[in-house]
Design a binder for this molecule. Structure first.
Ligand SMILES: C[S@@+](CC[C@H](N)C(=O)[O-])C[C@H]1O[C@@H](n2cnc3c(N)ncnc32)[C@H](O)[C@@H]1O
Length: 289
């Protein structure tokens, strides 16, 4: 990318910008404080040599460089959402990556607003420990004055018709008619072989996971960046809601698929699992759908 990326000042529909390049190089061309949301899932490049401390140190210092550049790009009212899981060493030790990376954000003065638990049902079956069925999203903001829109991401209340039974509001609905806060535990299916969004990427985001971040942490026409964009799920979530999506990946094959997905979205043929669709329940008729 030879010249600085122009960040569109006015709303003109969700723009997608994707490039096959290393993220430090990509981000170098983006102006300061322009990204309202940076949502990403880095690879766990701790490698086979993890057992040596050096490998973990190298991983943390390479993450530190990327995070530092993300902080430079972050809008004053913006959010960084770093999605990671647990790295499992060859001898079965669990390394919780969010705990290891937390201080890299704190060192820049960012504030943690939620440690979101993303729970899903599908994964490897462990024999010598409980099977892992969650990953986390560390949500940090740059300041105390940050964008947060709860209404677009409310979920149906358990008892929508519950009413006050005493006091001045007796008889009136006690809950918010738009639904309740989705909480910090999100149950969203991960993208495995039978998921409608599945591509060749081994660990892509479900679009609905990022849609919830986009809708709550940005406004229309804001810019969203994923520096490890893979097959473009974050960019799809952004443009779907009239935000501008930026992303890069070092694999050309993933960027090609990301562009295909963007074009399919624009032509109305991209299939994504709808936000709020109940998780398939084999005990219910038709899976509860
Ligand atoms: C966990 S995957 C992210 C997948 C993505 N969330 C999606 O929905 O497709 C991490 C991605 O980072 C890419 N990657 C690794 N190192 C990179 C770097 N230095 N710069 C840009 N991308 C990189 C990998 O090719 C991989 O696709």
């Amino acid at each position: 990318m030879a010249e600085q990326l122009a960040i569109l000042p006015e709303f003109s529909g969700g723009r997608a910008h994707l490039e096959c390049v290393d993220n430090l190089e990509y981000m170098r061309n983006i102006p300061d404080a322009t990204m309202k949301l940076i949502a990403t899932s880095p690879p766990y490049n701790i490698g086979k040599a993890y057992e040596s401390r050096t490998s973990l140190d190298a991983y943390v210092s390479s993450q530190a460089q990327v995070i530092s550049e993300c902080v430079r790009l972050l809008h004053p009212k913006g959010s960084i959402c770093w999605q990671v899981g647990n790295h499992i060493t060859r001898d079965g030790e669990v390394v919780p990556l969010d705990i290891i990376l937390y201080h890299l954000f704190k060192d820049h003065g960012l504030k943690l607003r939620n440690r979101i638990i993303w729970h899903f049902e599908h994964g490897l079956h462990s024999k010598k420990r409980f099977s892992g069925r969650y990953e986390t999203i560390l949500w940090f903001t740059k300041s105390d004055d940050y964008t947060f829109n709860l209404d677009p991401v409310r979920v149906p209340s358990k008892y929508p018709n519950k009413r006050h039974f005493k006091g001045p509001r007796i008889g009136q609905l006690s809950g918010n008619p738009l639904g309740k806060n989705p909480s910090d535990v999100w149950i969203i299916p991960n993208v495995k072989s039978n998921h409608i969004e599945k591509t060749i990427h081994p660990c892509q985001f479900p679009v609905e996971l990022i849609e919830r971040l986009v809708l709550s942490m940005t406004d229309r026409n804001d810019a969203v960046l994923d520096p490890y964009v893979g097959v473009g799920s974050s960019v799809i979530a952004a443009i779907k809601h009239d935000r501008h999506g930026y992303g890069c990946d070092t694999e050309q094959e993933y960027i090609d698929i990301a562009w295909d997905r963007v074009h399919s979205f624009r032509s109305g043929t991209l299939r994504t699992r709808p936000m709020g669709k109940p998780v398939y329940d084999p005990n219910q008729p038709n899976g509860g759908h």
